[in-house]
Design a protein around this ligand. Structure first.
Ligand code: NAD
Ligand code: UDP
Length: 326
């Protein structure tokens, strides 16, 4: 090809939060399919080692960059997957301003970059936009029940703002924004000390410690395995019908947190018991996505059995030591 750099011929995907749990699995998938990929991450809750396996691939560029700052200049950009944001409720109290600004100012920077390059944006929103829902299961037309001054507000209100800002860029600048509302997702590369329930329970069970169920454990969640989510994200980017839409991505299998604790103890074959701790304020009491829209527009639904996904996740956590996770 007459001296041309072949990497310039590939579509360029920018992944914000590319060194995080979901982002790093997305980077794997994009690189495997031949994309040129740039990861922008400040390594706040992500880990450089999550993407280190790609260091020798010339089509991969990991940049240490905080999306609250203006984004770097690029030659071309075809897709931006905006995943940067701490996502653990444990961080909502310790990093509230960072989270609020990452999802607001950071998303503005992403939409500006998309304007400049006529790129498609996949915006990672969250089931948290539904708050403690009064409609169950949650469909995309439900506006939610969110406390704008509550402990989760820096996260859920900034996700709502990012969605609104994306819609504004669609209206004013005709940017192609596709919003995914991600429900609880788990899998390898979650941090041991992340604070979310799956890594917490697995770590406690592996160490033979009590599993800390918050409240009576009757609150429900629906857990999606990470590679299913990545498949859904990729379909959203590819489907013409996803332009301008908000689409739930999550598992329809709902269970109580108490039942999850029992399943983890069983799968780890652990002597651990279950103990109870106070339930955090505004902790949603139920959560399950209605995924009819994803089925219709993308032909997507979560396929991995919880037991299979948990086994893979437990195997991953077994291989870790606390030292290597720091
Ligand atoms: P994660 O914490 O593992 O990943 C987030 C990544 O973003 C990390 O690598 C972190 O270092 C990076 N980041 C955070 N703030 C940044 C900033 N200002 N600049 C640059 N990088 C920054 O969490 P995750 O579970 O992989 O979540 C990924 C995305 O999916 C997030 O936007 C999250 O809100 C969304 N989401 C995830 C879930 C889930 O269950 N995993 C559910 C709903 C929504
Ligand atoms: N939870 C729990 N024990 C823990 C961590 C979380 O019982 O050690 C509960 C939490 O109160 C919530 C559910 O598990 O009801 C899911 O919490 P997580 O932080 O994983 O995510 P959320 O769905 O709240 O965003």
């Amino acid at each position: 090809m007459s001296g041309e750099n072949p990497s310039k011929l590939r579509d360029h995907a920018v992944v914000t939060g590319g060194a995080g749990f979901v982002g790093s699995h997305l980077v794997d998938s994009l690189l495997d399919d031949g994309y040129r990929v740039t990861s922008l991450d400040n390594y706040g809750s992500g880990r450089r080692r999550n993407v280190a396996r790609h260091d020798n691939r010339e089509q991969f560029t990991p940049l240490d960059h905080d999306v609250r700052e203006p984004l770097p200049e690029f030659d071309t950009v075809d897709y931006i997957y905006n995943l940067a944001s701490r996502a653990s409720p444990a961080d909502f109290g310790s990093h509230p301003i960072e989270i609020a600004l990452t999802n607001s100012v950071g998303s503005k920077h992403v939409f500006d970059l998309a304007c400049e390059h006529d790129a498609t944006v996949v915006l990672a929103s969250s089931s948290e936009v539904y708050g403690d829902p009064k409609v169950h299961p949650q469909h995309e037309g439900y506006y939610g029940n969110v406390n704008p001054r509550g402990p989760r507000a820096p996260y859920d209100e900034s996700k709502r703002f990012a969605e609104a800002l994306g819609a504004a860029y669609e209206t004013q600048h005709d940017v192609d924004v596709r919003t995914i509302r991600v429900f609880n997702t788990y899998g390898p590369r979650m941090r041991v000390d992340d604070g979310r329930v799956v890594p917490t329970f697995i770590t406690q069970a592996l160490e033979g410690k009590e599993l800390t169920v918050y409240g009576d454990g009757r609150q429900t969640r629906s857990f999606c395995y990470v590679t299913d989510l990545v498949d859904g994200i990729r379909r959203v980017a590819a489907a013409p019908g996803a332009t301008g839409e908000a689409i739930n991505l999550g598992s329809e299998r709902e269970m109580t947190i108490y039942r999850l604790a029992e399943i983890v103890i069983d799968h780890v074959d652990s002597p651990s018991e279950i103990t109870h701790r106070p339930q955090p304020a505004n902790d949603p009491s139920v959560r399950r996505p209605n995924v009819e829209k994803a089925k219709r527009l993308l032909g997507w639904e979560a396929m991995t059995d919880l037991e299979v996904g948990l086994r893979r996740t437990i195997d991953y956590f077994r291989t870790l030591t606390v030292e290597t996770n720091q």
